[in-house]
Design a protein around this ligand. Structure first.
Ligand SMILES: C[S@@+](CC[C@H](N)C(=O)[O-])C[C@H]1O[C@@H](n2cnc3c(N)ncnc32)[C@H](O)[C@@H]1O
Length: 325
């Protein structure tokens, strides 16, 4: 019977030969999954024997990883915002950089709930997650708001054009006990019957079509509709922006994840919207432009497409945002 250490060493060597840049970590995650323990437990007991069933499961997992399949799909699991999400080929694997969007969404909703008194009968804050995929953004936000006891005053809609992705998202909502709080809908972008929204969240596809083939092989396992943003990557995002004048409430905010090199193009698209709008692009933790905040320009303010322009809406000014450029 092979030991933990032997399987880790042979698996790591095979995955390294197959081109994985994280071969050791991959092997640890996959063996932990096969054995049913955390990888830290493996590291503590390299001499432990691995049973035949677990060794066979590990072998199958290594074969799949050698073919380029992402570790998250093999394990059926990805951690996002400290929560475990079920993932498979029905939807994009949630990325760490999208956690910035969730953090800003929580801040935005909390501000709306606390900036001014809310007498009985005040309508819910209406939030939509457009292109929800696995449901990561909507579900993480619902979980955060529940912890802060804010969820009863918020309604969350999660939309995707993929029925498969929505099924996965519903499963994740059940797993995180927010299936009653998040409404899932199959639609193209923002369903007109649901307008207007106070907060629009979107991590839509933004990779230029020609770049898709050049992505690491792992991305070829993800749905093309989750990645392909058209010729310059902004086809879907531009359509969303053009829907904002009717879909976003007068004091509403749209938070859009964008590619690190798309800030100027998004600002330009926002500047072309009718009626006067502002766009501010924030950087992610690695300092790269990542999140566009789009709002109607405040009456009397200079309409601009620069990162410094920002309407603040009624009530107290929001706290300043870390990473804004
Ligand atoms: C980049 S993935 C993001 C998934 C998830 N929000 C996340 O952050 O992990 C983009 C998602 O948008 C969906 N999508 C693409 N075009 C859409 C459209 N026109 N209307 C609604 N959803 C769309 C895709 O099916 C996919 O699930």
């Amino acid at each position: 019977m092979a030991t933990v250490g032997e399987l880790l060493n042979s698996g790591t060597a095979r995955l390294r030969r197959a081109g994985s840049e994280s071969a050791r970590l991959d092997a640890e995650l996959l063996l932990g999954w096969a054995v049913g323990v955390e990888r830290t437990a493996l590291l503590a007991h390299p001499e432990a024997p691995v049973g035949a069933d677990a060794a066979a499961a590990f072998e199958g997992a290594v074969v799949r990883r050698e073919a380029g399949e992402p570790v998250a799909y093999i394990r059926g699991l990805k951690e996002f915002y400290g929560l475990a999400f079920g993932v498979d080929r029905r939807a994009l694997i949630p990325r760490p950089e999208t956690e910035l969007l969730v953090a800003e969404a929580e801040r935005e909703v909390a501000w709306r709930l606390t900036a001014a008194p809310r007498p009985a009968g005040t309508p819910d804050v209406r939030v939509v997650d457009v292109g929800t995929g696995s449901g990561a953004i909507a579900i993480a936000l619902a979980t955060l708001l529940r912890r802060r006891r804010m969820l009863p005053e918020v309604s969350i809609l999660a939309v995707d054009c993929s029925a498969d992705a929505l099924n996965l998202a519903r499963e994740n909502a059940v797993a995180h006990a927010v299936a009653e709080e998040v409404v899932f809908r199959e639609a193209d972008l923002l369903p007109a019957a649901e307008h207007p929204f106070d907060v629009i969240l979107a991590n839509l596809p933004y990779i230029p079509s020609a770049e898709i083939e050049r992505l690491p092989v792992a991305a070829s396992f993800e749905p093309r509709t989750a990645l392909d943003g058209g010729p310059d990557g902004l086809a879907v995002i531009r359509r969303l922006l053009s829907a904002l004048p009717s879909a976003l409430a007068p004091e509403g905010t749209a938070l859009l994840e964008i590619g690190f090199d798309q800030g100027a193009a998004v600002e330009q698209a926002v500047a072309g919207l009718p009626g006067g709008w502002t766009c501010r692009v924030q950087a992610d933790l690695s300092g790269r432009p990542r999140l566009a905040s789009v709002e109607r320009a405040a009456v009397g303010s200079t309409v601009a497409n620069s990162s410094s322009a920002h309407s603040t809406g009624p009530g107290p000014t929001r706290p300043s945002v870390t990473g804004a450029r």
